[in-house]
Design a protein around this ligand. Structure first.
Ligand SMILES: NC(=O)c1ccc[n+]([C@@H]2O[C@H](COP(=O)([O-])OP(=O)(O)OC[C@H]3O[C@@H](n4cnc5c(N)ncnc54)[C@H](O)[C@@H]3O)[C@@H](O)[C@H]2O)c1
Length: 327
């Protein structure tokens, strides 16, 4: 298996899970500066038990670099997770976002096509749906992303479909709904809230407390990705899209209450102007996951946040630095 974005939050958890299940993986990541390198290296080595030298330092946007002989392997599957993630960062660094998510996805799909890889699984996002009031359904083709990040993720999906139509490359785009957990991303609200509560610092609130997210615990996200990698036989649609979320959204107010309850500390907040392009609610329809016999995420927010607090508590001074170094 080839996994791109392997030193990232989802990537490192996925490589660890695949290796535990006996799959050999080739890991690629160019260690972008979006999050501190220290976090990525420690995440990688703790979760996978490997050295960071085992990660091929390749920028997937560099088409020439993806011709590296170490990538000329008859992979059973490619899981493409490398991207410039984060709605807020992408609004501030639009070119990085377009380059990483559009050119990077094109380049990985082109590599998979050259190598005749039977299946590519790539990360899309709930951000493709834009502002919706009800459940987000994959069959809705009139999606209208409100952020540049969402636009780049939708572009990746359309490029993947074009690769099926032109080159016969089969793919599954996973629309991830706010994945969170241990070794997570210090730019995300849950991570920052926990650090602020445990260190007695102020949490800069960049949205209304009524904003709702379909938080998905990392173990649930990984279960779906592993099921997709290991699934036998083709999917009915050769360029499938599928939500990865449990369909049980939680408001930021409820998240704040859970963080306070589990840490036993008061969380002080400072209201900031909202992030451009951020949506007010995300809620995954789980119908297609059911149709494809994928495991539906079920971990409750209380259970998931308890796990994160347990992981972060002994690392709190590092975690505080990671937050300070992440935009
Ligand atoms: N975590 C979530 O809630 C969430 C939600 C929706 C979508 N996604 C998507 O899932 C994927 C994984 O997300 P994550 O949370 O692990 O993000 P992450 O930022 O932790 O990981 C992404 C990794 O990709 C690497 N990378 C970026 N550009 C690269 C390039 N050009 N070449 C090689 N490596 C590159 C980065 O160094 C980083 O380690 C991303 O595609 C993201 O957009 C994540």
């Amino acid at each position: 298996m080839l996994v791109t974005g392997a030193a990232g939050f989802v990537g490192a958890h996925l490589v660890a899970a695949l290796e535990r299940r006996g799959h050999e993986t080739v890991a690629v990541d160019c260690f972008t500066s979006f999050h501190p390198r220290d976090l990525k290296e420690r995440r990688w080595s703790t979760l996978t038990g490997k050295s960071s030298n085992d990660v091929l330092n390749i920028d997937v946007c560099d088409v020439e670099a993806t011709s590296n002989p170490r990538l000329a392997v008859p992979f059973d599957a490619v899981v493409h997770l490398a991207a410039q993630s984060g709605v807020r960062y992408s609004e501030r660094h639009p070119e990085t976002c377009v380059r990483s998510n559009v050119l990077g996805t094109y380049s990985v799909l082109a590599l998979a096509s050259r190598l005749d890889v039977p299946r590519v699984i790539y990360a899309s996002s709930s951000s493709v749906y834009g502002d919706t009031s009800g459940e987000c359904r994959e069959e809705d083709l009139s999606v209208a992303p409100t952020s540049l990040y969402g636009v780049t993720k939708r572009s990746g999906e359309l490029i993947a479909r074009a690769f099926w139509e032109r080159q016969g490359l089969r793919s599954v785009g996973v629309r991830l709904f706010t994945s969170y957990g241990d070794w997570g991303r210090p730019d995300m609200a849950y991570f920052r809230m926990i650090v602020a509560a445990l260190t007695g610092t102020e949490f800069p609130l960049l949205a209304d407390l009524s904003v709702r997210r379909d938080f998905t615990y990392i173990a649930d996200t990984i279960n779906v990705l592993v099921a997709l990698v290991e699934r036998e036989g083709d999917f009915p649609d050769p360029a499938t899209l599928v939500n990865v979320g449990g369909g049980a959204p939680c408001s930021l107010q409820a998240l704040k209450d859970v963080v306070q309850e589990i840490t036993g500390r008061e969380l002080r907040m400072r209201q900031q102007p909202p992030t451009l392009g951020d949506v007010t609610s995300t809620c995954a329809s789980t119908q297609r996951m059911t149709e494809l016999s994928l495991p539906i995420p079920t971990t409750s927010i209380v259970e998931g946040i308890s796990q994160v607090v347990e992981w972060i508590t002994p690392l709190i001074s590092d975690a505080r630095d990671w937050v300070a170094q992440s935009e």
